[in-house]
Design a protein around this ligand. Sequence first.
Ligand code: UTP
Length: 289
Amino acid sequence: MQVKKAVFPVAGLGTRFLPATKSSPKEMLPLIDKPLVQYVVEEAVAAGIEQILFVTGRGKRAIEDHFDISFELEAMLQEKGKGEMLQEVRDIAEMVKIFYVRQKQALGLGHAILCSREFVGEEPFAVLLGDDIIDSDVPCLGQLLEVHRKYRGPVLALEKVPMETISSYGCVRTNPISERVFEVTDLVEKPKREEAPSDMAIIGRYVLTPDIFPILERQQPGKGGEIQLTDALLKLSKDEAIYGCLFEGTRHDCGDKLGFLKATVDMALKREEFNGEFAEFLKERLCDR
Ligand code: UTP
């Protein structure tokens, strides 16, 4: 079955990025000139997604406004003859069909995904987290969907990370199937370095099946007192095969201040309009140190 629906849990509190996220969603932080969430929506659309559900919370209205029509802005751009900008602004509102549901309390990623049950119905679906920005030739979600088409079951995006950072991630033990595809045999949320089953971390892209919902419904709070998707996936892995895909591309953790800075520099250097003057500026600054 083709995966056409994607869930975007955006109800988290973004504590790693305070105070910027006190009253603005972290998903709206701009990477150069586009909010983070738009990069991820574009990735989903490029991978063939037709419907998106945002699981939102308090203070996330800016996301809805961003993907809505802005009459005043469009009228002003039209009047001033700024056709290219007008088209760009319109395209954002027409990119994909978007739905919204509120997660009334930030009880964890697992709970946020449970809020998408009615939207998802009986089809496999994608989950994309707005703070992971993935720069790749083939959209990361597209790579996961390829694995899903072949093996049918849930697929998690995996990345090898330095062991000293593993305690920030969900971590997996795997059996290799091919160079980039694995069967996941164990999952631990934010393990201590010495207890981590490997250096392979779960990154914010998933293909899931509705089999996860009955498990999430009964899932007790885990690490951080939150209902963890990783814990529910561990239970699911006892009954059915779960796969991992070591995706090709560069991931930026934009939910973290340092990761966001690195992403900004990296993306800017890739843009023709900035790679001259901006690159020179960086070189000068580094030479001054
Ligand atoms: P994070 O663990 O990154 O949490 O959530 P967070 O609140 O967004 O950020 P920090 O760690 O406090 O800085 C992973 C994803 O799950 C969503 C978040 O919006 C993010 O996309 N999430 C998390 C929810 O939608 N609801 C929750 O209750 C928790």
